[in-house]
Design a protein around this ligand. Structure first.
Ligand SMILES: Nc1ncnc2c1ncn2[C@@H]1O[C@H](COP(=O)(O)OP(=O)(O)OP(=O)(O)O)[C@@H](O)[C@H]1O
Length: 407
């Protein structure tokens, strides 16, 4: 990557350009997400209008910042630009300097000038001609080519200054996180649920990650792993609320009241009830989980029917038809795989019977559950939830650690 002194980045929107009158809502949500993803550079400022968003770097280092930006959903492409004084000598010098840095033998080029300041001394045609000459004077063997040149050097004359850019970097696509509403992601420590969360984020769903922990059967390390996984997802659209739910009491009750083959089904049904209640309290619209059809006993169609029966809330299962290998490929791409395969106990597996029912009967599950105070158990779990806002800013972690050390 060439090291250039970039002063701003121009962002082009993706699918949201088709969204009619909701457009400004989309635009401001994207700007907000970009700000949250870039908080480790406090000097950066973000400004949006209907057609473009500008990131002003104010001295921030472009390369690491652009790597983060490339992951944010809702961006079609972006281009870094160099700010230049608005006069011909300054522009010519900047074009010459830039071309010397980026030109490689055999490349073709084109100047694409645009003038929004109509008082500037040259119009865009004259600018194309003059700056084209500058390039040939600097690199005599450079060949101009109008169609698909190797270097398309864009020159924009705005009111405040002139801007040069030549790179277009592909964005992550998708929709800005939050523009499609809010869902509760059931996040275990496994491989599948972080991938499910990623796919929901891609379509613009803001997620809150709900994790069930059953101390002392599950360890603080297992909880931390789920938190770390949720944090990994903050790079796609900003901060995520992580909700830890105490699940020990419910699991012990289930263990005492439900025969082995139904432990898993009833456990899942309780999880679903609790998540649904949390969703209602926090104004979410849907539930998202990492179920994939036929992978394990809890994920046969029969099991899904029995588990799903506790709620009419839509349950989105983004990885439901994916093969394990396809899910793993995505997990590797989003950098959650290595964390997911760390061997920590999950609250479901520690109480899991060796042979759960693959085709549980709904009326059996309901009969066993009738032995328990369902509503009270659910209410206590929900009341005990702990909410933490996770940010992708590495410095926040550091602060947390410092505070831990002080305690
Ligand atoms: N401790 C937990 N907290 C929150 N959600 C959970 C928990 N355990 C399981 N889930 C949810 O239930 C789904 C199915 O879990 P299960 O353990 O059967 O499947 P899995 O294929 O191993 O999924 P994962 O790889 O996400 O753990 C998970 O994808 C997740 O959405």
């Amino acid at each position: 990557m060439t090291n250039l002194n970039y002063s701003e980045i121009l962002i082009r929107y993706g699918e949201l350009s088709t969204k009619g009158k909701n457009r400004m809502k989309f635009v401001s949500r994207l700007a907000n997400n970009v700000r949250e993803v870039l908080t480790q550079w406090p000097m950066v400022s973000v400004k949006s209008d209907r057609d473009r968003t500008h990131i002003f770097l104010n001295g921030a280092d472009y390369n690491p910042l652009s790597e983060k930006l490339a992951k944010v959903f809702g961006i079609q492409s972006f281009s870094p630009a160099i700010k230049v004084e608005k006069n011909m000598p300054a522009l010519e010098a900047a074009v010459a300097e830039l071309m010397k840095k980026i030109y490689r033998e055999g490349m073709t080029f084109k100047i694409s000038a645009k003038r929004s300041d109509h008082d500037f001394e040259l119009d865009s045609t004259a600018l194309n001609r003059e700056l084209g000459h500058t390039v040939i004077e600097t690199i005599p063997y450079a060949k101009a080519q109008m169609k698909q040149p190797d270097i398309d050097l864009r020159v924009e004359i705005r009111l405040d200054a002139a801007y040069l850019s030549y790179e277009t970097i592909k964005g992550a696509g998708g929709l800005p996180v939050g523009t499609a509403g809010k869902g509760m992601l059931m996040l275990s420590g496994g491989i599948d649920s972080p991938v499910a969360g990623y796919l929901a984020l891609k379509r613009g769903v803001e997620i809150e990650a709900v994790h069930f922990a059953s101390p002392p059967y599950t360890s603080p390390a297992a909880l931390q792993k789920a938190k770390d996984l949720a944090k990994k997802l903050t790079v796609f659209g900003g901060d995520i609320q992580f909700i830890e739910v105490p699940f020990t009491e419910i699991q012990e009750e289930i263990k005492n009241n439900v025969p082995m083959p139904y432990l898993m089904t009833v456990t899942r049904r309780f999880m679903m009830r609790v998540v649904d209640e949390i969703r209602a309290r926090r104004h979410g619209q849907i539930i998202i989980n990492g179920e994939s059809l036929g992978q394990v006993a809890s994920q046969t169609l029969g099991s899904m029917v029995a588990i799903n029966a506790v709620t009419t809330t839509p349950i989105i299962r983004p990885v439901v038809t994916m093969d394990k290998l396809e899910i793993i490929e995505l997990a590797e791409k989003i950098d959650t795989f290595n964390l997911s395969i760390q061997p920590f106990e999950d609250c479901c597996t520690i109480f899991a019977p060796p042979q759960p029912k693959t085709n549980p009967k709904l009326d059996h599950a309901e009969k066993f559950e009738a032995r328990m105070a369902i509503d009270e158990l659910v209410a206590r779990a929900v009341d005990g939830m702990m909410i933490n806002r996770l940010s992708n800013d590495d410095r926040t972690d550091k602060l947390d650690m410092d505070i831990q050390e002080l305690l």
